[in-house]
Design a protein around this ligand. Structure first.
Ligand code: BGC
Length: 740
C-alpha cells in the first residue's frame, strides 16, 4: 500500500515537472525564432566576463569553445578551400588517422576562376559545404581571394587570379553555397598576403589606391555580397602592423566601411600582441604557441594573446568592456549561424553528385593555350582515340596524387582518377607510360635532391619510348612540393623544375606529335612554346581530374577555360618584378608594391608589353564570330546606365562555351589609369551555327577610380571606351561613349 502511494506520488511529481519544463520559457538565446541580435544580447547578459573572453581563443588545433555552462556549442573549423581536410590531432599538426574522413577533392580555386562560370562557383560552394556539414564542421577555411601578383607566389593555386572583378564574381556564389549549409566560409587571407616568402613578417607598403582598386574588392564583395560570416587575418604585416590585428584593415575598413558583423579569425599563429589583438579587430585566435608552423612550446591555450593576459588587461581597465562585448557578440553570432543552427541541412559526403560537380568544374577550367596545325595536317587536338597505335604518356604529373602536399589545402581523397587513368579509358593498352623526370616527395621546408643518374635514366627511357610512339602526351608542370605550388615558400624560378624543359626539347627531337599538358596553379616559362604544336593548361583538377582532362583532350568536351592571370614571357616583364627586388620579394623586412594599380593585364596593356598568353585567353575546338557591339546610348549621366550588346555566333562544327568579356577604359583622366579593366563577362553555350545576344549593363560605378587624396571613388566626365573581347588582348570591337 505504502509502495503504491509512493509510486503515485513520484509519478505526479514527474508529470508536474515535465509540464513545468514544457511551459517554461525558452531563454531567448536558445530560441532560434527570435531575431539574431536579441539572442546575442540575451546570451551576453547571462555570461561572466571569463566566459565572454574564453570565446576568443582556441581550445585545440581546430576548435574554439562555446560556453558549456549555457549549452552554447563549440566551433569546429577545417581547411579548405578545395575539400574538407582530414582530421587533425587535438594539439599538434599530425593527422588523427581516422578512417571516415576522406573527401571529394574539388579543383583548385585557380581552376574555378578559369571556368569563368559563377554558377559553377555556386555548385562548388554548395557541394563543399555539404561535405563540411557532414563532417560536422562549422567553419570552412576558404575561399582564398588574394590577388595574383607574381607567378612565384607559392599559394596562387588557392586563389582566384589577378583581377579583382573576376575574383569577386567567383567568390560570392562560392560563399553563399557554403553558408546555405549552416557552415561559415572564412575568407582568406585578409589582406595583402601575396607572397609566401617571409610571410610571417614581411611588411607590405602599398598605396591606398592599389589597396582599394586591386587588393580589397574581392574581400569587400565576399563580405557585402557574399555575406561571409568570417574572415581570416593574414600572417604578413601591412604598413608596420600585423594584418590579423590591424586598425585600418579590421576596425576602419572591414568592420567600419563595410559593416562586417562576423568574426575575424587569425591565420594559425598570426597573432602577436594582446593589446593589439584586443583593440584592432581580432575576434578568435587560433594556432598560437603550438607546434608545427609556429613553434613547439609548453604554453597552453590560456597563454594565447587573447587568453589570460587579455582577461587581466580587461580587469585592469586597459581594455574597455565594449571591446569585450563586441568580440563576444561576434563569436556568438558565428555560433548561432553555424554550430547552434538547428535548421541547417545534414550534408553529405563523397557522393556522385559531388564528383560530378568536381568533374564539371575541371572540364570548364582547363585552358587550351595552343593547337596549331602543321603544314596541311589537322591540329593534334582533339585526339582521335582510333588514330594512334601507340601513345606515350610522359611525366610525373600523369600519375601523381596532387591532392597531397601544398600545405594546409592538402586532402585525403576517397577517389582519385589520374590523367593516365583517364587517357587509358580512351586508348586502353595502346598506352605506354614513362615517368620522364623525378619530381621528389613533398617535404616541409626543403627540396629533395635527386641524384643525376636517376634523372638521366628517366629521361633516356622516355625519349627512347617517344621515338617509337605515334603520339606523345607530356603531363608535367609544377607539383605540391615545397618551393613549387606550396604554402610557406615561393617558387625559386619561373621555369619548369626537374629538368622538364630539356626533356620537352628532347622529346620534340624524336617526335613532333607532342601535346604538352602543364599541371600547375601558376604561370610557367615556356621556352619551347613555338616548337610544341599543342599546349594545354590544366590545373590541380581534384578527384575526377583525369577523366576531365581526357575528355577535353579527346574532344568529348570542347575546352572553354580562360586564363585567370597573364603569363609573362619572362619574369622581368611581370610588374611586381619589373621594379626590382624591393618590389618583390622585398628585403625580408619590407616589400614595396611599386607596380601599384598596374597588376596583371592592367600592366601589360598599359605598358604595351606582350605577354606570352594574356588574361582571359583560351582556345576552343570551335570558332566564334562577334558582331559589332551596339550601345544603347552614346552618353551617360550620373545615375544613368547604358547597355552594350553583342551577338556571338558559333561558326565551327562542334558545340562550345565562349566567355564574352567586357572591359572599360577611360580615355583621359587626371590620374594614371589602366588602359582598360574588366567590368563584365558572360559564359554562353553555343551549338554549331547558333548565335546568341549578350548584353552588359554599364553603370557609373564601372567608370570610377579610387582617388587617394579624397579617399573616395570618383568618375571624371569625358570619353570612355567599352571593349568587347575574348581575352584582355583579343578585342573584337571597342565602342566609345561619353560620361557627362
Ligand atoms: C594557412 C591557412 C590555413 C591554416 C590552418 C595556415 O598555415 O595559412 O590558410 O587555413 O594554416 O591550417
Amino acid at each position: 500500500m505504502k509502495k503504491t502511494f509512493l509510486f503515485i506520488g513520484l509519478f505526479t511529481a514527474a508529470l508536474a515537472s515535465i509540464k513545468a519544463q514544457s511551459t517554461a520559457e525558452i531563454p531567448v538565446y536558445l530560441d532560434d525564432k527570435q531575431p539574431l541580435e536579441l539572442r546575442v544580447q540575451d546570451a551576453l547578459k547571462r555570461m561572466t566576463l571569463e566566459e565572454k573572453t574564453r570565446l576568443s581563443y582556441a581550445q585545440g588545433k581546430f576548435s574554439s569553445p562555446g560556453c558549456p555552462r549555457l549549452g552554447i556549442p563549440e566551433l569546429w573549423m577545417s581547411d579548405g578551400p578545395h575539400g574538407v581536410r582530414a582530421e587533425i590531432n587535438w594539439n599538434d599538426w599530425g593527422y588523427s588517422g581516422w578512417t571516415n574522413d576522406s573527401c571529394t577533392a574539388f579543383p583548385a580555386l585557380t581552376c574555378l576562376a578559369a571556368s569563368w562560370n559563377p554558377s559553377l562557383a555556386a555548385e562548388y560552394g554548395k557541394a563543399i559545404g555539404e561535405e563540411a556539414r557532414y563532417r560536422k564542421k562549422d567553419v570552412l577555411l576558404g575561399p582564398g581571394v588574394n590577388i595574383y601578383r607574381t607567378p612565384l607566389n607559392g599559394r596562387n593555386f588557392e586563389y582566384l587570379g589577378e583581377d579583382p572583378y573576376l575574383a569577386s564574381e567567383m567568390c560570392v556564389p562560392y560563399i553563399q553555397g557554403v553558408q546555405e549549409n549552416g557552415v561559415a566560409a572564412c575568407v582568406k587571407h585578409y589582406a595583402l598576403n601575396n607572397q609566401e616568402l617571409w610571410r610571417g613578417h614581411i611588411d607590405v607598403q602599398v598605396s591606398d589606391r592599389a589597396l582599394y582598386e586591386i587588393y580589397l574588392p574581392a574581400f569587400k564583395a565576399a563580405v557585402q555580397r557574399g555575406g561571409a560570416w568570417s574572415i581570416m587575418g593574414a600572417y604578413n604585416k601591412v604598413r608596420g602592423t600585423h594584418a590579423t590585428h590591424h586598425k585600418l584593415l579590421n576596425n576602419e575598413i572591414l568592420k567600419g566601411e563595410w559593416g562586417f558583423d562576423g568574426c575575424v579569425i587569425t591565420d594559425w599563429g598570426a597573432a602577436h600582441d594582446t593589446y593589439e589583438a584586443a583593440m584592432y579587430g581580432l575576434d578568435i585566435e587560433m594556432g598560437s604557441y603550438t607546434n608545427g608552423l609556429t613553434s613547439e612550446s609548453e604554453f597552453g591555450y590560456d597563454d594565447y594573446y587573447l587568453g589570460k593576459n587579455y582577461l587581466k588587461m580587461v580587469k585592469e581597465g586597459k581594455i574597455p568592456m565594449e571591446v569585450v562585448n563586441d568580440k563576444a557578440a561576434r563569436v556568438l553570432r558565428l555560433i548561432f549561424r553555424t554550430s547552434m543552427n538547428r535548421r541547417k541541412p545534414f550534408g553529405s559526403m563523397t557522393n556522385e553528385a559531388h564528383e560530378l560537380v568536381a568533374y564539371r568544374i575541371a572540364t570548364e577550367g582547363i585552358v587550351l593555350l595552343k593547337n596549331e596545325a602543321r603544314k596541311k595536317e589537322m591540329p593534334l587536338l582533339p585526339l582521335s582515340p582510333d588514330g594512334y597505335k601507340k601513345v606515350l604518356v610522359v611525366g610525373d604529373n600523369a600519375t601523381r596524387n596532387l591532392m597531397q602536399g601544398g600545405g594546409s589545402s592538402e586532402l585525403k581523397v576517397k577517389k582519385f582518377i589520374s590523367p593516365l587513368d583517364g587517357l587509358k579509358k580512351y586508348f586502353g593498352d595502346r598506352i605506354v607510360y614513362a615517368q620522364g623526370y623525378a619530381a621528389g616527395r613533398p617535404m616541409y621546408g626543403q627540396e629533395e635532391k635527386i641524384p643525376q643518374i636517376v634523372t638521366d635514366s628517366l629521361r633516356n627511357d622516355a625519349v627512347e619510348k617517344a621515338a617509337q610512339a605515334d603520339l606523345v602526351v607530356f603531363v608535367g608542370g609544377l607539383n605540391k612540393n615545397h618551393f613549387q605550388d606550396c604554402e610557406g615558400g615561393d617558387r625559386l624560378a619561373y621555369g619548369l623544375p626537374f629538368g622538364q624543359d630539356e626533356l620537352i626539347e628532347e622529346l620534340l627531337k624524336v617526335n613532333k606529335n607532342l601535346v604538352v599538358v602543364i599541371v600547375s596553379g601558376n604561370a610557367v616559362e615556356m621556352p619551347w612554346v613555338k616548337a610544341v604544336p599543342s599546349i594545354v593548361q590544366s590545373w590541380y583538377l581534384g578527384s575526377i581530374g583525369g577523366d576531365a582532362l581526357a575528355d577535353v583532350l579527346t574532344g568529348k568536351v570542347s575546352p572553354s577555360g580562360k586564363l585567370p592571370f597573364s603569363y609573362p614571357v619572362r619574369l622581368e616583364d611581370c610588374p611586381a618584378h619589373f621594379y626590382g627586388e624591393m618590389s618583390y620579394p622585398g628585403d625580408s623586412i619590407k616589400v614595396e608594391y611599386k607596380d601599384d594599380i598596374l597588376v596583371g593585364y592592367r600592366w601589360y596593356d598599359t605598358r604595351k608589353i606582350k605577354p606570352l598568353f594574356p588574361f582571359g585567353y583560351g582556345l576552343s575546338y570551335t570558332t566564334y564570330k562577334y558582331s559589332k557591339p551596339v550601345l544603347s546610348s552614346r552618353q551617360m549621366k550620373a545615375g544613368e546606365t547604358l547597355s552594350v550588346s553583342v551577338k556571338v555566333k558559333n561558326t565551327g562544327t562542334v558545340a562550345g562555351k565562349e566567355t564574352v568579356q567586357l572591359y572599360i577604359g577611360d580615355e583621359k583622366s587626371s590620374l594614371l589609369r589602366p588602359q582598360k579593366e574588366l567590368k563584365g563577362f558572360r559564359k554562353i553555350l553555343l551549338q554549331p551555327g547558333e548565335e546568341k545576344d549578350v548584353t552588359f549593363t554599364v553603370t557609373p560605378e564601372d567608370l570610377k577610380f579610387f582617388d587617394d587624396s579624397r579617399h573616395e571613388w570618383v568618375v571624371e566626365p569625358g570619353k570612355f571606351k567599352a571593349y568587347v573581347s575574348s581575352s584582355s588582348s583579343d578585342v573584337h570591337n571597342a565602342v566609345e561613349f561619353e560620361y557627362r
